[in-house]
Structure formats: C-alpha cells, structure tokens
Design a binder for this molecule. Structure first.
Ligand SMILES: *Cc1c(COP(=O)(O)O)cnc(C)c1O
Length: 427
C-alpha cells in the first residue's frame, strides 16, 4: 500500500497542529499507526490521499448512516448553496428539522439546535442545573459526552484510548461535582441517590454505550435510572448523540421504552455536517433563553446547509424498511466476524445493538468499562493493522464502536468477513 502522500501530509501537519490532527483519536497512536489522510468518499468507500480505497466502518464516527455522498443529501445541500450559507436569522429549514425531531422522539416536545454533540450535552447539563437549582451530576464510567469540563471524568472514546482518567485544565471544583459510577450497576446508582439524591441535578447516560466499544444496557439498568431520577426529582438526560436515529428512528429510548427528561442529539441529525441538538419536555425547554433565563446561544446554530443535510438524511431514514434492512446487514457482519474469530481459535466478545458493533479481544461478557478494559489491546492493534492492510477501515481503538451503513453491500460484508478471517489467522 502506497502511503507517501498521507505520510508527507502528516509530517507537515505535525508541525502545524497538536499531534497533527484536529481530534485526538484520528492520530491512530494507540494502534501504532499513522493517520491516513482522506481525499474522498462515496457510498461505503473512502479513498485516501494516495488513492487507496477502503470499506469504511467509521462513518465519520457515526453520522454517515446512509453512506457517503448520498444523492438526496448532496442534492439538498446544493439547493441551499444557491440561496446562501448563513444568515444569522431564523429559516424554514430549522422549523422543518425541529418538527422532524419532535415527531420522531415522543419525549422531545421542544428542541434547540447547536453545532456539536459537545455543545448539546454541555447545554443540557446547564439547563438541568438551572432548572433544579442543584449542582452535582452523575455519569457512568466509559461513557463519553463530549469534552465539556464537567463531563471529562472517567470518560470513554479518545480519553479511554489515551488511558487518562480526566484532563489537566479541568478545575478540581468542577470534577468534584461529577460522580462517575459503573455502567449497568443498578446498586451503585441506588446507593448514591440515597446519600446524595437531593443534591443531584441530572443523571446523564449513553442509553447504549458506544464510546467504550459497544456496551448494551443490561437488565433494568435504564428503568432504574428513570425511577431513581423521578424519586430524587432530578433530570434524566439521555445522550443520544450516537444512538439517536441510529439504533431506531426514535433512538434508544424508543427501543427500550424509557422516557428521559432531556435528550441530546448530534452526528446523524447533521447528515455529515456539524449539528447538535438538545430537547425535552416543554416546561423544561421553555426555561432556555430567550423564553427563559438559562442562557445558551450560537452564531451558526441552525445553519441552513447543515439543516438541509439533516432533513434529507432523516427523510431517507423514515422510509419503510430502512432499519430492518440495516439490522439484517449488521447481523450478517456480526456473524461473519464471530465466525472468523472462532475459525481462528480466537476468543472475542461481540456486542451489537442494531448497526453499532463492538468486538472486544476479551473473554467477556462485556457489560461495563471495567470489563472492556480487560481487552487485549496489543492484539486489537495487530488486528486493526491487518484489517487496514486488507482494505478495511476500522476505528483505531478498542474503545470505539463499528458502524454499518445502508451503503454497505452484501459484497462489502462478505469481503469484510474474508478479511477478518485472514487477519485473525495472521495474528
Ligand atoms: C460523539 C459524541 C459526543 C460528542 O459529540 P461531538 O460532536 O464530537 O462534540 C457526545 N456524546 C456522545 C454519546 C457521542 O458519541
């Protein structure tokens, strides 16, 4: 594989940007690789700067559920470009996307658009603190909710990949207001609520955890969170930045039939452009400025180009049979990977919810961050490099999910299973 252009660009980037990248996981350090610079993408394929093509399972870390450059999305963006890219004033497109989100997710009666998942969770936390007049929040180990100060505690994604518990630069007084508990541990949350319940503003959770690999909510974990929050009169925030419109059109909350007070979105609702959103019960959302006094704003929020991409994406997702077809593809891929591992005599633990997969190099079962951390990271690294050399583009970390898109063909899935079989044998 020729990677001359990527390597040249990376060397230059290293002198211009910290670590040569604009987001840490892209650097691929934990798997002993240098990043590929991407030139273009189409459907299930991405092409690097040297012209090598790969079957893509990163999907821009979640948004590309339709695959790259879906014609309907590209068309919508083109149409908006003819009219202007930003006005700093309300547009019809914002009303349309808001209506689609409210229709899709029954617990969301009102929504505010922002520009990233980080902004969505950060703003939801501020709102919860403002509404309850309390300051403490609860999160779960291995869940990642963006990089806002209060939430960078025992976080997943790049924080887990780098093996750091938090981050310098986050004031100790902020961290002291954040409790982080083991995921899927109903006793831990019950006990904390007994002791601290009336000081807690919100419990925030990834209803399906996709930033420590992939970990599904077990037993009555989510229902326990709902019950405990109602009892302590604090808000339950579902961070559906990754799961929203991914595991079902109505998100994980529709899959598990739990109604949170606030929900955060991102990734898919932007159709590949920078969008986030938070929403929930009307009486809570009306406390956001300007209808209420809890301040939150954004120069580019509700940007027409991004709204158009989001609307076009959601329209495709709404078509009958979309999620059942995606489920079938994802099941085929999971079976293929599992079989490939078994044939090579490797014990892996494979978790899947819809089109999100996590394959841990661990005995399993994996129900928590502690379980995920028992994975053999060195073997994962070798597997990652083997798969890449066979044209399969995976997230460069054991602590990230794999995403199937509607653009993955039966041939893609077969080629991936074949590559996995060869890769496992070569480990
Ligand atoms: C990606 C992600 C975020 C952060 O979104 P950004 O757009 O990267 O700021 C927050 N929460 C979850 C669950 C995510 O997967």
């Amino acid at each position: 594989m020729n990677r001359k252009t990527s390597d040249t660009l990376y060397r230059k980037a290293l002198s211009l940007m910290p670590g040569g990248v604009n987001s840490p996981v892209r650097a691929c350090r934990s798997v002993g690789a240098d990043p590929l610079f991407i030139k273009s993408a189409e459907g299930s394929r991405i092409v690097d700067a040297d012209g090598n093509a790969y079957i893509d399972y990163v999907g821009s870390w979640g948004p590309m559920i339709l695959g790259h450059r879906h014609p309907a999305v590209v068309d919508s963006i083109r149409q908006v470009l003819e009219k202007g890219t930003s006005f700093g004033a309300p547009t019809q497109l914002e009303v349309e996307l808001a209506e689609m989100v409210v229709e899709a997710v029954p617990s969301v009666q009102m929504v505010r658009m922002v520009n990233s998942g980080t902004e969505a969770t950060m703003s939801a936390i501020r709102l919860a603190r403002g509404v309850t007049g309390r300051e403490a929040i609860v999160k779960f180990d291995g869940c990642y909710h963006g990089h806002a100060d209060s939430l960078l505690v025992e976080a997943g994604s790049g924080v887990a990949t780098l093996g750091i518990p938090g981050s310098p630069g986050v004031p100790g007084s902020f961290v002291a207001q954040t409790y982080s508990l083991p995921y899927n541990d109903t006793e831990a949350i019950k006990q904390l609520m007994v002791r601290q319940g009336n000081g807690i503003a919100a419990v925030i959770v990834e209803p399906v955890a996709g930033n420590m690999g992939l970990v599904a909510p077990a037993g009555n974990f989510l229902q326990t969170l709902r019950d405990e929050c109602s009892r302590s009169r604090c808000l339950l925030i579902f961070d559906e930045v990754m799961t929203g419109f991914r595991v079902a059109y109505g998100g994980a909350q529709s899959l598990y039939d739990i109604s949170p007070d606030l929900t955060c979105f991102g990734k898919i609702i932007g159709g590949g452009l920078p969008v986030g959103a938070y929403g929930g019960r009307k009486d809570i959302m009306e406390q956001v400025a300007p209808s209420g006094s809890i301040y939150q704003a954004g120069t580019l929020s509700g940007n027409p180009v991004a709204m158009a991409a989001g609307i076009a994406t959601l329209r495709e997702l709404k078509k009958p049979g979309f999620y059942s077809q995606l489920e079938e593809k994802s099941r085929i891929l999971a079976d293929g990977l599992q079989t490939a591992a078994e044939k090579a005599g490797r014990s892996v633990s494979l978790n899947r919810v819809g089109s999100m997969l996590g394959m841990f190099f661990a005995r399993g079962p994996v129900h928590s961050f502690a379980d995920a951390k028992t994975s053999d990271l060195e073997t994962f690294s070798s597997y990652y490099r083997q798969m890449l050399s066979r044209g399969i583009y995976l997230a460069p970390s054991q602590f990230e999910a794999l995403f199937v898109s509607a653009a993955h063909s039966a041939d893609d899935l077969q080629a991936t299973a074949d590559a996995a079989r060869a890769s496992f044998r070569a480990l």
